[in-house]
Design a protein around this ligand. Structure first.
Ligand code: BES
Ligand code: MN
Ligand code: ZN
Length: 491
């Protein structure tokens, strides 16, 4: 889909999208169209439930007096905020494809304080919604394929809208990269191929290093390596660096769980739904997409991304329940359940990150626990942190982007549940508070660094459509963390 910006005027063909405010109040463009169509809009508004409330829409097909295929009236309520503008863009995109429209023009002349910014947000919402994962389809009914080819935003000071969109478009590129990774089948996406995909970020100016098993062995990463040892696919640790600020400015760091497939290992998962564990690399996918976003829009910050890539398989060489592994931090871990593998991967990735980069803070992302889905469903990610300031900033960024977080407690009493009779700790704490004990485990590997853990088990994948997110890999976290960086850590 091509997205363009121009000054306000009525298009001669295609669909027109125009706003109506609360109480059926016509915007200037709606008034003009009503005049040209001999009152088609006022007649349409005379009956039915459409009042101009936020989220409503009403379509007038083949209007007389003008050459356009349809007029889509959209409710602006008392004015739309940023998220509502994005949602509007996403819904317009979906509607145009469902009716088979190929060109649409959105007239933005009312319903927001900053109209060029609103135009950019509408375009961003449409772009986010336009994502499709069709790499593996060899046949698809043309009636199911998207039809919308051009989306024109017409608004005063359109150059300003175009500029604002250019930066949002880069964030969308990052979101799409994450969605591609998360959607990829695990026979094609495994540690080595994942690392190769990330290596392509070099083109955007990201420095990418890929550590193999030998290098990780030398670093003492026994926790991460133990998880991958049952797979014929070799494990990888990928380090990404975007240097957008002065050299002496401390970086911010993001760390992701990248289990390219989680069978559970010897503690094998049940067959039902196991295919979902292809997206157990969602944390690493988000970190990779975030790096693409910040590099794409040339963020003025130093940003580190570290992802631990492993495949958790049973097999003759697989890790056993009862094994004791030694992590890079020197701490030993008794592996009680090989299905609690994400924390073992992150233990070494987190320690490595703070040890090498001494960042201002670390945020890790992981599809870490099924218990997270029980607690929060699919509406918030769980937030666990040793730092109130970082937590508050994440919460704000979540409200601003709609990628919400909800904080859970950490406490010594939970930490004690990890006590092992044989090693420094065991890798599970039992059923109660399963998401919290997982976070307590991670906290043992962050040293003194300000840190936050986002358990994204419930939000990395979605089985239902949302306004700006199609079904499947959501790309959750790219917008959230890009916003965290943009609002707080750029020069
Ligand atoms: N990747 C899973 C968690 C998960 C489950 C994410 C379902 C998304 C959907 C993780 O590795 C896991 O298996 N966790 C176990 C931990 C338990 C063994 C302590 C779990 O949640 O059951
Ligand atoms: Mn697991
Ligand atoms: Zn897992």
């Amino acid at each position: 889909m091509r997205i363009s910006f121009a000054s306000p005027s009525l298009p001669k063909t295609g669909a027109i999208v125009v706003g109506v405010k609360d109480g059926k109040e016509l915007t200037p463009a709606a008034t003009e169209i009503d005049k040209r169509t001999g009152g088609a809009i006022k007649r349409a508004l005379a009956s039915g439930r459409f009042t101009g409330a936020k989220g409503q829409s009403l379509e007038i097909v083949a209007p007389a007096g003008i050459g356009n295929s349809r007029i889509l009236l959209v409710g602006l309520g008392k004015g739309l905020d940023e998220l509502a503008q994005q949602a509007l863009g996403g819904r317009v995109f979906a509607r145009m494809n469902s009716v088979g429209e190929s060109a649409a023009t959105v007239l933005v002349d009312d319903g927001a304080d900053d109209l060029p910014a609103a135009g950019a947000q509408i375009a961003y919402g449409a772009r986010l919604k336009s994502y499709r994962y069709d790499k593996y389809r060899t046949k698809e009914d043309t009636s199911k394929k998207p039809t919308l080819r051009t989306l024109a935003i017409r608004v005063d000071s359109f150059a300003k809208a175009r500029r604002a969109f250019a930066s949002l478009d880069k964030v969308a590129d990052g979101v799409f990269f994450t969605r591609d990774l998360v959607s990829a089948p695990p026979n094609d996406l495994y540690p080595e191929t994942f690392a190769a995909e990330v290596k392509k970020l070099t083109d955007l100016g990201v420095k990418v290093e890929v550590l193999g098993e030998k290098q990780m062995q030398r670093l003492g990463m026994g926790a991460l390596l133990g998880v991958g040892q049952g797979s014929i696919r070799e494990s990888r640790l990928v380090v990404m660096r975007w240097n957008g600020a002065a050299r002496n400015k401390k970086p911010v760091a993001f760390v992701g769980k990248g289990v390219t497939f989680d069978t559970g290992g010897i503690s094998l998962k049940p067959a039902q739904g196991m295919e979902e564990m292809k997206w157990d690399m969602g944390g690493a996918g988000t970190v990779s997409g975030l790096m693409k976003a910040v590099a794409g829009r040339k963020a003025k910050a130093n940003v580190i991304g570290v992802i631990g890539l492993v495949e958790n398989m049973p097999g003759g060489n697989a890790q056993r329940p009862g094994d004791i592994v030694k992590s890079m931090s020197g701490q030993t871990i008794e592996v009680i359940n090989t299905d609690a593998e994400g924390r073992l991967v992150l233990a070494d990735a987190l320690w490595y990150t703070q040890d090498r980069f001494k960042p201002q803070f670390m945020v890790d992302l992981a599809t870490l626990t099924g218990a997270m889905i029980i607690a929060l469903g699919h509406e918030h990610a769980g937030l666990f942190s040793n730092d109130d300031d970082l937590s508050a900033k994440l919460h704000e960024a979540g409200e601003a982007t709609g990628e919400k977080v909800w904080r859970f407690p950490l406490a010594d009493a939970y930490d004690k549940m990890l006590t092992s009779p044989a090693a420094d700790m065991k890798n599970i704490g039992g059923r109660p508070a399963g998401s919290i004990t997982a976070a307590q485990f991670l906290q043992r590997f962050v040293n003194k660094t300000p840190w936050a853990h986002l358990d994204i088990a419930g939000v990395a994948w979605s089985n239902k459509e949302a306004d700006t997110v199609p079904k499947g890999g959501t790309g959750y976290g790219v917008r959230l963390l890009d916003r965290l960086v943009r609002d707080n850590y750029e020069d």
